[in-house]
Write a protein that binds this ligand. Sequence first.
Ligand code: ATP
Ligand code: MG
Length: 731
Amino acid sequence: MFEYLKDLNKAQQNAVLSSEGPALVIAGAGSGKTRVLTYRIAHLLKQGARPSTILSLTFTNKAAREMKERIAKVVGEKAARYLWMGTFHSIFARILRMEHETIGFPSNFTIYDSADSKSLIKTIIKNFQLDDKVYKPGVVSSRISMAKNNLITPNVYAQQTEIRLADKNMRMPAIAEIYKEYVKRCFLSGAMDFDDLLLKTNLLFRDKPEVLEKYQKRFDYVLVDEYQDTNYAQYLIIKKLAAAHNNICVVGDDAQSIYSFRGARIENILNFKTDYPTHKIFKLEQNYRSTQTIVNAANSIIAKNKKQIPKTVFSEKKEGKPIKVLSALTDNEEGFLVAQEIAKTQLNDHYKNSDYAILYRTNAQSRIFEEALRKRNIPYKIYGGLSFYQRKEIKDLLAYFRLTINPADNEALKRIINFPARGIGGTTLAKLETAAINNEISIWKIITGLSQSNPANLNKGTTSKVLNFAKLILKFTELAQNTDAFEAAKTIAEETGILKDLYNDKSPEGLSRHENIQELLNGIQEFSISAKEEGRPEKLENYLEDVALLTDQDTEKDEDRDKVTLMTVHSAKGLEFKNVFVVGLEENLFPSGQADEKNKPEALEEERRLFYVALTRAEENVWFSFANQRYRWGKLDFCTASRFLEEMDEKYMDGFDFNKMPKQRKQPENQFQQETSGPSFRRQTQHTSFKRGDTQNIFDKKLVNLREAGKTQSNFEGDDPSKIFAGMQVE
Ligand code: ATP
Ligand code: MG
C-alpha cells in the first residue's frame, strides 16, 4: 500500500490505481474529483512515468499551480516541474510556438485579448463602411469566436447557407467577410486570439499527421479536469492526442456545466462512453467539502433539472447551520447586510477575511459590496471585471512590451505610437494604417520601409518622428533579447517617459497610476527571480506569455492573501470557501433575464446549475440575499425574489417565507403596469429577435449536419485538406 493512498477513500483509490486505459470520473461537487486527478498523476510518477509524458489540462492556471504543489509534496519538486500541466490555452500556445514554422506564424506571435479583438473588428467595420450600431463589435466578435470554437474557418463560414441566413436575419450579412478580413489582419500582425490557440492546434493536427504523431508519442497520459465545460475544439484535440494509446482520464460533473454560452458542450462528457468503448467509470459519492445542510440543499435544487445523470452525493460532516436569507429593501442595503454579517461572524467565530466569498451573477454587482466592505474597513479582492491588467496605464506599458517582442503587432502599435505624445497624430496613423492594409503588410513594415518608399505620403517632419519611434522600439527589442524581463521592463518604463510623466502628475489618479506601474514592475521582478531560481526562461517574452494567458481566477498576488473574495459564480468554479454569500437572488438577475422558461428550458437549467455551483463552493455557512429595489442600467428596478429560493425546501433556510414575498412573473398586461410594477420576466430579451443561445444552436446544428454527412475524415469541417490552413494564411 502506498502511503499517499491513505488520503483517499476506497472509490477514489480505485480511480487513482486504474492508471491505464480510458477512465471517466463523474461525480457531484466536492467529492474529490480534482483530488483524484492530482493523486492519479502522483501515482503515475511513483510508478515510473516520466513527468514530460503526462499532459494534464485544468480550467485555470491557478488550479494547475495548486495541483503541481500537491504533487510535488508526494513525488518531489523536480518531477512536478516537468509535467505538462496548465490550461488548454497555455499548453497549446506552447505547442504552437514550437511548431510556429509549420503554421507560418512567428514564434513570438502576440496573443490578442478580447479588447484587442474587438478593437480590430471595430476598425474593420469602419474600413468596410458598415454601421457599427448594426454591426456591434461585441456581437460580431462572439459570432466569430463561436465559429472558431466549432472549427468553422472563414471559407467554410462563407459557404454555409444556414449560417449566412442567420447573419442576414440579424441584419449583419457581412460577418463572413469581416471574419475573413479579421483572420487576415491577425496574421499580418503575427497575432492569435484565444480561440485561435485551439483552432490552429486542430488545423495543425488535421493537416500535419506527422506533427500529431509526434505529440501522441510524447504524451503517454492525458488527463482533463472540469471536462463538462470543454468545447468542441478542445474535445477534438484531446481525442486526437489520446487516440494512439487511449490513456485518457477525464473528471467532471454534468451538473456543473455552466459555460454553454461560450461553446461548452455537455455532450462531451455524456458521449465519453461511446467515444471510448473500453472505458471504466468511477463514481464518487461522498462530499468532503460541505456540511450536510449545504449538500442536501444543493441536491434538492439540482434535482429540479430534467437533463442530468443521476448521482448520489452525501456528506458525513456536521449537519451545520441552515442557510440564512437576507432580505434587503435596496441594493445598497443588501451590501450593508452582507458586510454586517461578515463583521458579526468574524467577531463570534474568528474567521479570517479570506474565509469569505461573495458570489454574484454579473460583474456589475460588485460595486455595492465594495462600498459596504470599504465602509467597515474589511479588505477585499475582486476577480474579473476591470482587472489590474486591464487598467489604462498597465495596458499602455504592456503594449510597449508587446511591440518590443513582436513589432508587427498592429493593435499594440496603434495604442502607443503617440503615447506619450510625440507629435504623431491621428491623420498620420490613419495614413500608415491604410498603406499597411493596401500593401497587406504590418504598419511596422511600412514604417521601417519609409527610408526606401513612402506609400503613406508622409511629409519630412512626420517621417522623421515616425522613424525615431521605430528606433526606440528597435532599441528595446535588442535590450529584451539580452537582459531579463525585469531589466527590460524597467528600462522601457523609464525611457518611454511613462514612469516620469506619472511621477510628475500629483493628482490622486496620477499617484495611483504611478503606484500601479510600480506594482507591475514588482510583479515582473518577482517573475524574473523565480524563473531564475526554477531554471525557467526569464525573458520579457516569457513574462508576456504568462500575462496574456491569465484567466479570471489568476489575479491573486501575495498581498491579496487575507481578503474577502468577490467574484462571479462562473469564476468560482472548482474553488471552496468556509463562508459563501450568494447575492442578488432575484428574478431577471439570477436566474438571468435571458433564461426564459418557456422558450429556453435549457437556459434555465444552466442557470440552475450555476446556482448549484455557487452553493456547493461553501464548506460551513451559506447566506442568500436579494433586494426589493435595485439600480440596473441606470434605472430603478423593482425586483421579485428568485425562483431558486422558492424551489428550495424551506427546512434548509432561515428567515425566508416565500409566501410573504411579492410574486410577479408574468409579462405585464399593459404599459402602465410595466412602468409601475417593476421588471417583467422577459423584459430584457425582447428587443432582439436573435439571441446568444440561438447562435450556438445554429453552429451546433451545422456541426451535426457536417458530421452526419461524413464529409471529412477528421469530422469537423468541409475544407479541402490539401489547402493547408485555407483562408488562414496570407502570403
Ligand atoms: P468540484 O466539483 O467543486 O470541482 P471536486 O469534486 O473536484 O469538487 P475536490 O476539490 O477535489 O472536489 O475536493 C473537495 C474538498 O474535499 C477538498 O478540500 C479536498 O481536499 C477534500 N477531500 C477530497 N477527498 C477527500 C478525502 N478522501 N479525505 C479528506 N478530504 C478530502
Ligand atoms: Mg474540482
